[in-house]
Design a protein around this ligand. Structure first.
Ligand code: FES
Length: 106
């Protein structure tokens, strides 16, 4: 049986909510609904679609592009994430994820 969760996408100062079934990837559902979210590989590798969980839980499945410490901080890759509860997500986190993951030596 499929559950549907309410997912709120927060970008600079504005937010949009969608109903997303728990058997679909969050990114694809959002794009299908007409949201303009960054994406590239659609395979959990490139981090273009990175977001941060403000509230709720996701199933991250096979997420190769994010290190465990970033996942512990609540970052997710929306192209491989499925909703496990109602969610509030900060979208457009690619730059900060890049800095956290690769910027340590700078
Ligand atoms: S689009 Fe590449 S990690 Fe999601």
């Amino acid at each position: 049986m499929t559950n549907t969760y309410r997912v709120e996408f927060v970008t600079n100062g504005s937010s949009q909510s969608l109903e997303i079934p728990d058997d679909q990837f969050i990114l694809q559902s959002a794009l299908d609904a007409g949201l303009d979210l960054p994406s590239s590989c659609n395979a959990g590798v490139c981090t273009t679609c990175a977001a941060r969980i403000l509230e709720g839980q996701v199933d991250l499945g096979d997420c190769m592009g994010l290190g465990p410490s970033l996942q512990d901080q609540g970052y997710v890759l929306l192209c491989v994430a499925k909703a496990k509860s109602d969610l509030k997500l900060q979208v457009g986190c690619e730059d900060e994820v890049y800095d956290l993951q690769f910027g340590q030596s700078a």
